[in-house]
Structures are given as C-alpha cells and as structure tokens.
Design a protein around this ligand. Structure first.
Ligand code: FES
Length: 132
C-alpha cells in the first residue's frame, strides 16, 4: 500500500476493476466470487474507504479472462480465479507488488479472442449481448 499511496490516484489509494458485466469473463471463472472475496479481504484488512472494488463491463480482452485491472499501477491481470484473490490482496493491493504469474501481456488496445469458445456459445452470446 505504501508505494500505491505515494502514487495516489483519484479518490482511492487502490482501485480494482473486475470484469463481471462483460459476456465472456464469466465463462472463464466465477467473477462474482472474485469480487466478493476481494471485498471481504479488503474489509478484513481494514482497508475499506482506501481500496475500492468495482465491477466493470467488457474490457475488450475477452478470451483471456477473468480480467482484473488494478490502479494506481495500472496492472492488468488475466485468467484470475477466486483462489488467486489472497495473493492479489497481499502482493498487489497491500504491498504494491505485481503478481507476475497473472500479469496480462498483450499489445495495446483491443485483444478480444473468442477462438477458445465453442462456436454455438459465441453465436448465442453475441445474439443476446451488445458486448459479445
Ligand atoms: S468480457 Fe471481460 S474483457 Fe470482455
């Protein structure tokens, strides 16, 4: 947290966004559980008011999820699962250190790749989602 607080951004020392409203990240993991475990961990650590957890819409990195973005460092994490939350809390959120095994590496901009999903799922999801 100390390093993060030095680079304080906006209203919170650390601001976490979890893609829950996009149509694909929830195919890759339990995004609600990620949010809930983050919120529980923040509360237990006495960090409410200093760390904010928000759900987000699609981040246009579909197919690499669940995606999590954490500011002020602006680190993007891919393939995050609920069991990864304790490490994200301890390393990134409290100590400001990256969890390297989860860091997302991709070219800047949109990197949506739906090739890992069955074609019928892609068609059905696209039919009912603006972000599909
Ligand atoms: S659905 Fe999460 S990045 Fe698109």
């Amino acid at each position: 947290m100390k390093e993060s607080e030095k680079k304080r951004m906006g209203q919170y020392a650390v601001h976490v966004f979890v893609c829950t409203y996009g149509p694909w990240c929830s195919q890759d993991g339990d995004t609600d559980a990620i949010v809930n475990r983050l919120k529980q961990g923040i509360s237990e650590a006495g960090l409410r008011g200093r760390v904010r957890i928000n759900r987000s819409g699609c981040l246009n990195q579909c197919g690499h999820g669940p995606m999590v973005v954490i500011y002020p460092e602006g680190r993007w994490y891919a393939g995050v699962q609920a069991d990864d939350v304790p490490e994200l809390l301890t390393e990134e959120i409290v100590n400001g250190r990256p969890v390297t095994r989860l860091l997302y590496e991709a070219p800047p901009g949109d990197n949506k790749d739906l090739s890992r999903y069955p074609p019928d799922l892609v068609a059905a999801t696209r039919a009912k989602s603006r972000d599909g």
